[in-house]
Unconditional design. Structure first.
Length: 179
């Protein structure tokens, strides 16, 4: 039979985990909102400044040059904002993965504790159940480890692709602006 203290402890762990996830979600929404508001503010300021600058230009070549320079800056800033958003999403994903792993470990430990507790009542049959449960837990841990490795590889691949695309886009925009 589970003692009241154990129930209270497990309930508190569940509450703490839920609060950690809610806090992480709130912080990520705050960060994303800040990025969106800051980007909007910058766009308004730069658009206003650009209109004023372009209104005074009479030479078509200079006009084209300034428009290209503005476009290059806009692309670079958009890519930087996209990277910031990606970093926030990756951070949240990492936090959720950590909480999930901890929950799995807690469940595994609770299952082992339960089987060990039952062993007191049936020592002869408990050894087979304990061994079976431990084998299942080892298999689950290996599968979780493999999934984490694949997720890490996907994240690394995504990061390198984002960096390559960013560099290529910025370079292409700069080349276009020079022409």
């Amino acid at each position: 039979m589970i003692k009241n203290e154990q129930i209270a402890t497990e309930t508190q762990k569940a509450i703490d985990t839920a609060m950690e996830l809610v806090t992480t979600s709130i912080h990520s929404v705050e960060k994303l909102t800040h990025i969106q508001l800051e980007t909007s503010r910058q766009i308004m300021e730069e658009t206003s400044k650009a209109i004023k600058e372009l209104a005074s230009v009479t030479d078509p070549k200079e006009m084209f040059s300034r428009v290209n320079a503005m476009a290059t800056q806009a692309v670079e800033k958009n890519l930087a904002s996209a990277r910031d958003v990606y970093d926030i999403v990756s951070e949240v994903q990492s936090k959720i993965n950590k909480v999930a792993e901890e929950s799995v470990q807690n469940l595994q430990q609770a299952a082992l504790t339960s089987v060990d507790g039952l062993a007191q009542y049936n020592p002869s049959g408990a050894k087979a159940a304990t061994n079976s449960l431990k084998t299942w837990i080892d298999s689950a841990n290996q599968a979780l480890s493999a999934m984490n490795k694949v997720a890490a590889q996907v994240t690394e691949f995504t990061n390198s692709n984002i960096n390559a695309a960013t560099t290529a886009t910025v370079n292409a925009t700069k080349k276009t602006a020079k022409k």
